[in-house]
Design a binder for this molecule. Structure first.
Ligand code: ADP
Ligand code: ADP
Ligand code: ZN
Ligand code: ZN
Length: 890
């Protein structure tokens, strides 16, 4: 037996037995899995790994849990859907750690996700250094999420949002009639406000800047809502006369102050566009009381090792661990800083303190005062500090091991990648002391540099050794090699998948001919993948050069990319790949090309988060110093969802549904009934189901779980009214079309020009198994990315585009990665420039040019360690990437 066969699964009576699993594409799967082992599920994208691991095993475990906690849960379970499986036996309670990007809101951060927040607050409450005379505070007093702890000025947000004269009236030389108040609504509603002002006797024809301050202030800031008779269409003079003569006004109008209008619209608008429009007039400033620290001054006056809790939370986890470790040392005594009562550090001082602490790399012992002189430094307090600090070290270490030492406790969750979040939660599980459960993980290696894979593997083993089972969906060959047990699903995706090709110790897979995974895990000379992919590097058609790039940990970086070539940006997690590739480069190039500067941030629906994300994007600095004619357009192909509601899907996103609707509107039956293309849309009223408004599903709020979508009771998920579905084309309704897979539709629409072409491209990127109407919310990040890629590929290639991709192979089976790579190479062959952040060395080796970032993460990264051909980088002694790149090149 090879090293792969190190673990014998425990006796089979202790195993998990699955029979008749038919969830999604699973083909009546029967499977026996060992418990207390690391089980890895492999297979190409769409083969059914998630349907088995999450959709069947985890879902079944959750169902049983719900049943056991509450009788009324039966209703919830019926709505959430029972996994389609005959038998599941021997399944321990399951904990799922999935990759979810975003969410959580601006008030959720690394501290709350990891639950370290309570430990740190306890540390400050019990072991902090209090200014003389200050009573001890409770842990809650240090939280910005509690009434006791939050800063009274900004209510724990750290910023204050206001509307100013300048933000609402950008051009004071205009008159009110010329729309000086830019924040007013457009069209009729805006004119109404003006007419009301006329009726109220205000001057709307004098430049704003020449109006009396009293009038300007009232118009903008009044909270009164006076109602007055409006004479529509009359000049101010005629209005005056009409009022005097007591003429009947056209209607009663109510005035609302401009500031109040913006704030109300921002708070209450249902449409994202309206909200976004209102947000343009909001300015945000650092809170003057807490300077962004979010908590009340009393709490900020308490320090630990010279840092208030906000400065502490702003340090990289790695530094926190160093500080905590020094506290646990036998010879430690607390540091003290000079204090005035109620002294609050301002933002600059906090930064300076942080810098000094970071530079010093730990606690400064020199300033330590005599332990006995002050109650602050009592023996009890010292003991408390040491115990809590020891806990902190234990909790932080796994996060650091998983390559997350560059994160800070105050980093908000919406800014974390899915991989970072999953690894944080994974590290957090280690301290939960749970045993006898099964952890179900979704590609925990995503975003992790090969250097840090060992730590991940160590943690998976740690969970197992504590008496848990670990079920992992994975694509990293290194992690797959570590499995005690391997389940390979396939051979293809969707209808072509859903079978268990192999279940056993990894070495046995070597004999399974139809497995795609086998070709990568046990390459043989006759069918080794990628052997043909070595190619001579392309000649650059000039260089796309950036100078002074400043963003997150990039500080004045100069960097350039060869035009018409494929470049890979590498580096350990936190080194700055994403900051460069998906944030700085597109923003700077868009600005340079004059297509509107930074892209509009995607709205999350949570106003606080949205504002923070908005601020964030403006924060890119630098310039383009060279942009050859070969670059005229930027396209970012990322793994963000193609939509946030079940309303968008593959058919609408790629535009092919427009053509389908026209096809239906052109049928004789549609013409006879007078149905236009709009009738076949589920996004506008007319032909769609009125109950679910064309969503096909309705949202059900669950009490203690995230909300879920269930099929609409009226249209049963078809999205349409019965009458709309009576119109058919080749005997199929428009709902039938949405229910087809891309493959089926490709055959069905044979001969239909552009529809057929779009479908062909979707098949080509490996999405033939997707249903056309599959809601955006059901697509994985990788699938969303490939839908975007397909939409790009279906346009005629212009050869003048910069394509930017952030870890495009995350979530992809090696076979899918190879297919993706062929498309990227094709884009470069057509003269486009492709830049990708990438950690899979098989992919990196195929790039024309490699830029290795580092050398470390966070403050220790953000620089180019080495740039050149894959061979140049592989030969560089300073590069953390080099050893792993060497393995695939040689
Ligand atoms: P993998 O995890 O191997 O990428 P999945 O289990 O996600 O594959 O998908 C297997 C098949 O089931 C695919 O054809 C996919 O489109 C389909 N599928 C996935 N989720 C759903 C869902 N919620 N409803 C219907 N079909 C789904
Ligand atoms: P990589 O892509 O190489 O993993 P990132 O570009 O994501 O690295 O991160 C580089 C540094 O910038 C890290 O210190 C990280 O914490 C910080 N950073 C990244 N994104 C943000 C953000 N949105 N807000 C604050 N800091 C960020
Ligand atoms: Zn404040
Ligand atoms: Zn409906």
């Amino acid at each position: 037996a090879s090293t792969l066969d190190r673990a014998e699964p425990s006796a089979w009576r202790d195993g998990v037995v699955v029979r008749g699993a038919r969830q999604n594409n699973l083909k009546d799967v029967a499977l026996d899995l060992p418990r207390d082992s690391i089980v890895v599920f492999t297979g190409v994208s769409g083969s059914g790994k998630s349907s088995l691991a999450f959709g069947t095993l985890f879902a079944e475990s959750q169902r049983r849990y719900l049943e056991s906690v509450a009788p009324y849960a039966r209703r919830l379970i019926d709505q959430a859907g029972v996994p389609d499986v005959d038998v599941v036996e021997g399944l321990p309670p399951a904990v799922a750690l999935q990759q979810q990007r975003g969410g959580g809101g601006a008030r959720s951060d690394v501290a709350t996700v990891t639950t370290l927040s309570s430990l740190v607050r306890m540390l400050y409450s019990r072991a902090g250094w209090y200014p003389p005379g200050r009573a001890m505070l409770y842990a809650e007093d240090f939280s910005s999420n509690t009434v006791q702890g939050a800063c009274p000025t900004c209510h724990g947000i750290g910023r204050v949002y206001e509307v100013t004269e300048k933000s609402m009236v950008p051009d004071p030389s205009l008159t009110i009639r010329e729309r000086a108040v830019a924040s007013w609504p457009v069209a009729w509603a805006g004119q109404n406000q003006r007419d009301i002002l006329v009726a109220l006797g205000y001057d709307v024809d004098t430049p704003w800047q020449d109006l009396p301050k009293k009038d300007r202030d009232w118009i903008l800031f009044t909270e009164e809502r006076p109602s007055v008779g409006v004479y529509a269409g009359l000049t101010p003079e005629q209005t005056r006369r009409a009022q005097k003569q007591g003429m009947e006004p056209s209607y009663q109008g109510t005035f609302i102050g401009a500031r109040r209008y913006v704030l109300d619209t921002f708070a209450n608008a249902k449409s994202a566009t309206t909200k976004k429009r209102a947000s343009r007039y909001l300015t945000s400033e650092l809170c003057g009381t807490c300077h962004g620290a979010k908590i009340k001054p009393e709490a900020l006056s308490v320090t630990f090792e010279g840092l208030d809790i906000a400065a502490f939370s702003h340090l990289p986890l790695e530094r926190l661990a160093e500080i905590a470790r020094s506290v646990t040392a036998d010879d430690w005594s607390p540091a003290e800083v000079a204090h005035q009562d109620d002294h609050v550090l301002d933002a600059e001082a906090r930064e300076a303190l942080t810098q000094a602490r970071v530079a010093g790399g730990g606690a400064s012992h020199d300033a330590a005062p005599d332990v006995r002189r002050t109650p602050n430094l009592s023996v009890e307090k010292r003991a408390a500090a040491q115990r809590l600090a020891a806990d902190l070290v234990t909790r932080l270490q796994p996060m650091i091991d998983l390559g997350l030492g560059y994160l800070s406790l105050d980093r908000t969750t919406p800014t974390l990648s899915g991989g970072e979040r999953q690894r944080l939660r994974l590290a957090t599980q280690l301290s939960s002391k749970l045993f006898g459960v099964v952890y179900v993980l979704d590609e925990p290696s995503a975003g992790l540099h090969p250097r840090d894979l060992d730590a991940l593997i160590g943690i998976l083993h740690g969970l197992k050794e504590r008496g848990n089972s670990v079920f992992v969906v994975e694509h990293s060959l290194t992690v797959i090699h570590e499995a005690d047990w391997l389940v390979d699903i396939g051979p293809g995706a969707g209808e072509q998948g859903g079978r268990v090709l192999y279940s056993g110790t990894p070495s046995g897979l070597a004999d399974v001919a139809e497995s795609e995974t086998r070709r990568y895990l046990f390459p043989r000379d006759d069918d080794a993948p990628g052997a043909s992919s070595r190619r001579s590097p392309r000649e650059p058609q000039g260089w796309l050069a950036f100078a002074d790039v400043t963003r997150n940990n990039l500080q004045g970086l100069d960097v350039s990319f060869p035009v018409g070539c494929l470049s890979a940006v590498t580096g350990i997690s936190g080194s700055g790949k994403s900051s460069l590739v998906s944030q700085a480069v597109p923003a700077l190039l868009r600005e340079h090309l004059g297509s509107g500067g930074a892209p509009e941030p995607e709205l999350t629906g949570d106003p606080e988060t949205d504002l923070l994300l908005g601020d964030d994007v403006d924060d890119v600095r630098g310039r383009v110093t060279e942009a050859p004619p070969g670059v005229r357009r930027v396209v970012v192909i990322d793994q963000k969802p193609i939509g946030r509601t079940p309303r968008s899907n593959v058919a609408t996103y790629t535009g092919l549904f427009d053509h389908v609707r026209k096809l239906y509107a052109a049928t004789d039956e549609a013409k006879r009934r007078g149905y236009t293309a709009g009738r076949f849309s589920f996004n506008v009223p007319g032909g769609r189901c009125p109950t679910c408004e064309g969503e096909g599903s309705v949202m059900v709020e669950l009490l203690f779980l995230p909300s879920i979508y269930t099929p609409c009771p009226d249209c049963h998920g078809t999205r349409y009214e019965a009458s709309t579905l009576e119109v058919t084309w080749h005997e199929r309704s428009v709902a039938d079309v949405l229910a087809m897979s891309v493959d089926e539709a490709h055959a069905f629409f044979d001969g239909e020009g552009s529809i057929h072409h779009s479908l062909a491209v979707l098949r080509d990127v490996g999405l033939g198994y997707l249903r056309l109407g599959q809601p955006a919310t059901e697509l994985s990040g990788g699938e969303a990315q490939r839908v975007k890629l397909a939409s790009e590929l279906q346009r005629a290639s212009r050869g003048d585009t910069l394509y930017v991709l952030d870890e495009p192979t995350a979530g992809l089976h090696p076979a899918d990665s190879d297919r993706l790579m062929r498309h990227l190479q094709g884009l470069a062959d057509a003269g486009n420039t492709v830049v990708m952040a990438e950690l899979d060395m098989r992919m990196v080796a195929q790039a024309d040019h490699v830029i290795d970032m580092g050398p470390g993460a966070g403050r220790d990264g953000g620089r180019v360690v080495v740039a050149g051909s894959p061979a140049d980088v592989a030969a560089d002694d300073n590069s953390a990437t080099a050893p792993y790149l060497r393995e695939v090149i040689e």
